[in-house]
Design a protein around this ligand. Structure first.
Ligand SMILES: [Zn+2]
Length: 221
């Protein structure tokens, strides 16, 4: 795609859920495998949505991957002879992953990482943010907004849970554009649950054109 830098480099593929990040990672790694390069692929062990030893895109492309729980495990499993290292779901890793990736690139390896750039509140994941700044190449993938069909850069959580990481797929998340994204939705749902006000499931009906659901201030009490 470009003239290759001397030595190693970092590529970041990031975007919301359902934007084809894993697909793009798999595509690049496949090409390296076809080129007979030594390729090693890691993925965060906590992401067990589909399969434990493979990275799988939503469209079911697969590639064998080593599941690891943290950066030090990845370091243990690293084959020094690897020329290309792929890491999927990079946002699940601890802060040590940033110097780890940097070091691998400094050692002459091509490191390709894929993951979410933003959490369900629309805030950047720290490790991804830092790797994006350090990378030679950054690719942002966009999904299609589930509400209005515009290019989607955000991941909307549809369940009232406050933890930053809730592993799940289509029932829990949907891609949305900037206009349709509502970072406070889960919080409002929780308040509704507490106050006992029934709320229409936002993922089903009311797919208005870019009109986001606002909290009704005139709820009949
Ligand atoms: Zn939209």
């Amino acid at each position: 795609m470009y003239a290759q830098p001397r030595g190693g480099w970092i590529e970041v593929v990031c975007g919301p859920m359902f934007s084809g990040k894993s697909e793009e990672l798999i595509r690049r790694l496949r090409r390296a495998i076809i080129a007979r390069q030594r390729v090693q692929i890691f993925k965060a062990a906590l992401d067990d949505r589909y399969s434990n030893e493979e990275i799988v895109s939503h469209s079911s492309l697969k590639l064998q991957a080593i599941p690891v729980e943290n950066t030090s495990q990845m370091l243990d499993m690293l084959d020094e002879r690897s020329e290309v290292v792929g890491i999927d779901e990079i946002q699940f890793f601890d802060a040590d992953v940033v110097p780890f990736v940097q070091r691998m690139a400094n050692l002459g390896k091509r490191v390709i990482v894929a993951g979410l750039d933003l959490d369900y509140k629309g805030e950047p994941f720290d490790v991804v943010m830092r790797l994006m700044a350090m990378a030679e190449y950054v690719t942002k993938t966009l999904a299609v907004c589930a509400r209005c069909g515009a290019p989607a850069s955000r991941t909307q959580r549809l369940v009232p849970v406050n933890e930053r990481i809730v592993v799940g797929s289509t029932n829990v998340y949907e891609p949305r554009c900037r206009m349709c994204f509502d970072p406070d939705l889960t919080q409002m749902m929780q308040l509704d649950l507490l106050s006992g006000i029934p709320r229409v499931n936002t993922s089903g009906t009311d797919k208005g054109m870019g009109k986001e659901r606002k909290p009704e201030s005139d709820d009949k009490a």
